[in-house]
Design a protein around this ligand. Structure first.
Ligand code: ADP
Length: 500
């Protein structure tokens, strides 16, 4: 498997190797340049010596002074010694044969000078001419070398300058190319990962799926998916906790509701028992002459029995609704008559809503929503409970619903919409409106966050609206809220009729 670290290392190692290689090359070039400068100094020195030879030769021929002769000879010796000492260096300038020739010319020049000095009268003119000719030749060669060496040095300097510029350009190019390559190979998977994470965050993906042969990306992906799993698990636990809390509310309502049918059953049974007891007593005393009383009693008794039967069924319905609610079961979509659903929910909550709160429900009898009964009941329950909490001194709670064909909940400027509405041709819009304390603008965007609550410790867990949002999303719907401090709050839920 590839690794981003390896790629980064290879990239940087290549740049470092290139820089070191080019520096080494420059260093060698500088060494060569230094040698050239030394060679230039030597050839310039040789040229100077040959000029001195010629100067003292001229003086000697003009004034015949021994001192000039001695100077000339000394310089001839110096030239010879310099040539011998740096034969290799001069051979590199010209060729070895030319160096040998110059050496011979200098030696010959020395012999001629000595000869001319030994016998100034004999052969004076011819030797002098020979000396001058030879001297000129020596100066010419030395001058050629000095000039060639200067040119050489200049060429070397130019080459070095070009090379330096080339190296800088090459390093720059390498840094840009390798940097670009690394950025592409390292940043691309990270970018892709960022996009996928956003998709996961917005709910378009359940988990992070991306094929990458980079080791780091792979382990990051695994860690992210692990965190997702953990979160999902905790979320499930939270939902469960909230469900238990809601179950508590329901139980309070249920016990209140069960109380009435049960006491009715008890009363009816008592009366029936008394009636039967009394009849038996009468039967044993005097039997009725026309049978009227018996008929009235029989009708009354039937009525009582019918009442017991009805109340028993009512109690059973409540218990079965409670059991149905408590059972942890899969999402089950069905067509739900909305007015009935709201009425059932409100009945269960009756004990929880203070008498100072008036409730008005305006839902067409024929209007039906498509969804899971238990979950939608929980949504209504949480919204109604919050509305009741927001009106501690009493108020009015309106619950309305209508069929809409709009693609989304209308968005006036003061309304915040949460969730993504699935585009269905028809949807049901349920509105829960209170005229309670309302909410501040900065509170609104946070109310669906888990554990966000403004209520006192022990009063609110901050999970009610979070669950509401989850359920609405599960139905492919969305929820909007608008609120004004001191005037009240309106929640609007839009549920598509068929989940697409
Ligand atoms: P909880 O009711 O446990 O605080 P919720 O998630 O149900 O948790 O609500 C979060 C917060 O939203 C509440 O604490 C409250 O501040 C605010 N809120 C919800 N509904 C209303 C409402 N109808 N009126 C005013 N504030 C509300």
């Amino acid at each position: 498997m590839n690794s981003l670290r390896k790629k980064l290392f290879v990239g940087y190692a290549t740049i470092v190797a290139l820089v070191i290689g080019l520096s080494l090359f420059s260093f060698i070039e500088l060494k060569l340049l230094e040698q050239k400068i030394v060679a230039g100094e030597r050839s310039a020195h040789l040229f100077d010596i040959t000029l001195e030879i010629r100067r003292f030769e001229k003086n000697y021929f003009l004034y015949r002074q021994d001192a000039d002769l001695a100077e000339n000879r000394a310089y001839v010796e110096q030239a010879g010694a310099l040539l011998r000492e740096h034969a290799d260096l001069f051979a590199a300038l010209g060729d070895a044969a030319r160096v040998a020739q110059l050496q011979r010319d200098i030696n010959h020049y020395a012999v001629l000078i000595d000869r001319h000095a030994a016998s100034p009268s004999t052969g004076d003119v011819a030797t002098a001419a020979q000396i001058r000719k030879l001297g000129k030749a020596i100066v010419t060669v030395a001058e050629d070398w000095a000039r060639a060496e200067r040119k050489n040095l200049q060429a070397q300097l130019d080459r070095h300058r070009r090379m330096l510029l080339g190296s800088v350009a090459l390093i720059g190019l390498a840094v840009i190319t390798i940097g670009g390559l690394l950025a592409r190979r390292v940043l691309r998977p990270l970018k892709e990962m960022e996009q996928k994470m956003e998709a996961v965050a917005s709910g378009r993906l359940a988990k992070l799926e991306m094929a990458s042969d980079e080791r780091e990306i792979e382990s990051l992906k695994r860690a992210f998916n692990h965190v997702l799993q953990e979160l999902e698990m905790h979320q499930g636990q939270l939902v469960h906790a909230e469900k238990l809390a809601a179950l508590g509310t329901l139980l309070a309502g249920v016990s209140h509701e069960l109380n009435n049918p049960l006491s009715n059953i008890a009363t009816s049974t008592q009366i029936l028992a008394e009636e039967i007891g009394a009849r038996r007593g009468q039967d044993m005393a005097v039997p009725p002459a026309d049978g009227t009383t018996n008929n009235t009693d029989a009708a009354f008794q039937r009525e009582l029995i019918a009442q017991i039967d009805a109340e028993t069924w009512r109690a059973r319905r409540i218990v079965s609704a409670l059991l149905d609610y408590a059972r942890d079961r899969d999402f089950r979509r069905e067509v739900l008559p909305l007015a009935q659903l709201v009425e059932d929910t409100l009945r269960l909550m009756r004990g929880q809503i203070p008498a100072s709160i008036a409730i008005t429900v305006q839902i067409p009898e024929t209007l039906a929503a498509s969804g899971d009964r238990q979950r939608l009941q929980q949504v209504l329950l949480n919204l109604v409970k919050n509305a009741a909490d927001a009106m501690p001194d009493g108020g009015v709670l309106h619950i309305t619903a209508r069929l809409t064909h709009a693609a989304c909940v209308a968005r006036p400027p003061e309304r915040l919409i949460f969730g993504q509405c699935v585009n269905a041709s028809a949807a049901v819009e349920i509105e829960v409106r209170d005229n309670g304390c309302g909410m501040a603008a900065e509170t609104l965007p946070r109310i669906f966050d888990p554990f966000f609550t403004t209520k006192d410790v022990g009063k609110g867990m901050g999970l009610g609206l979070f669950i509401v949002f989850e359920i609405v999303e599960e139905h492919g719907g969305c929820i909007a809220v608008e609120s004004t401090i001191g005037h009240g709050t309106t929640f609007t839920i839009r549920l598509p009729l068929e989940k697409s």
